[in-house]
Ligand binder design. Structure first.
Ligand SMILES: O=C(O)[C@H](O)[C@@H](O)[C@H](O)[C@H](O)COP(=O)(O)O
Length: 237
């Protein structure tokens, strides 16, 4: 499903309300809310909103468990860290136990080793079913999502839930949830807007199936819901 807003400012309250509803339902039904956050610039206004008293008091943060969809393999203080961004705008402003937060980086680990650890951490909460209550994703201008980049071997990963690899084009390691675990989620919300996304979004939604070129096409929940939150500029292509 796709919801098209007039502009990006209208997206944030809608996304924040989806987050709150998903958290309240999950906590009511299963006693905890398991969410994967996204990096990029698109979620910033959503995180800021969730950190305001009006929104944050609607969630029992003690029962929220935070993971990420992907990460640049950089320290948690690095300006490129998705975890840092999420702390700066959201996690530092809510009463969430530190032990409920699972950044996709750990000092002293190799990225591939930590990918295995990260998968274990997810299994520790979900068991073998691997079901997140909510996964937030963004989409790059090239149609990548999380760190599922066009043409990379990780696109074919059907077994591992978490994978780390060296991304030549950015000269850095990336660590990412794979499509196989993302697609197990109850709810997947893709936040992407602006005219730069128009070409990729059009291909992802209406083009031929070619996930090697537009990896976002791999995101097809097995049993859950997929929602795109976008603006008019991104559907103008
Ligand atoms: O940057 C990241 O951490 C994510 O890996 C990436 O998938 C991101 O969501 C897109 O690149 C969109 O980024 P923008 O929201 O900045 O357009």
């Amino acid at each position: 499903m796709i919801s098209i807003f007039n502009n990006k400012e209208e997206i944030a309250p809608h996304a924040a309300n989806i987050f709150i509803a998903a958290a309240q339902n999950a906590i009511q039904q299963r006693g905890r809310f398991l969410v994967a956050l996204t990096g990029g610039s698109s979620p910033v206004s959503i995180y800021k909103l969730l950190a305001t008293p009006q929104y944050k008091t609607k969630i029992d943060w003690n029962n929220v468990f935070v993971f990420w969809g992907d990460e640049r393999w950089v320290s948690l203080e690095d300006a490129r860290s998705n975890a840092k961004m999420s702390y700066d705008y959201l996690l530092s402003h809510v009463e969430i136990p530190k032990s409920n937060i699972f950044p996709m980086y750990k000092e002293g680990f190799l990225p591939e080793e930590y990918a295995l650890e990260y998968e274990k951490s997810i299994k520790g909460l979900t068991g073998e079913n691997g079901q997140f209550d909510l996964i937030l994703l963004g989409m790059g201008d090239d149609g990548h999502t999380a760190s599922l980049f066009p043409g990379e071997a990780v696109l074919q990963e059907n077994h591992k839930w978490v994978s780390a690899y060296y991304l030549e084009s950015q000269s850095m390691y990336r660590i990412t949830l794979t499509a196989s675990i993302i697609n197990k989620a109850k709810e997947i919300v893709v936040v992407t807007f602006g005219e730069n996304k128009a070409h990729a979004l059009n291909e992802v939604l209406y083009g031929d199936y070619n996930p090697e070129k537009f990896p976002m096409q791999l995101i097809k929940p097995l049993d859950g819901n997929l929602l795109f939150l976008t603006d008019k500029a991104a559907v103008s292509g």
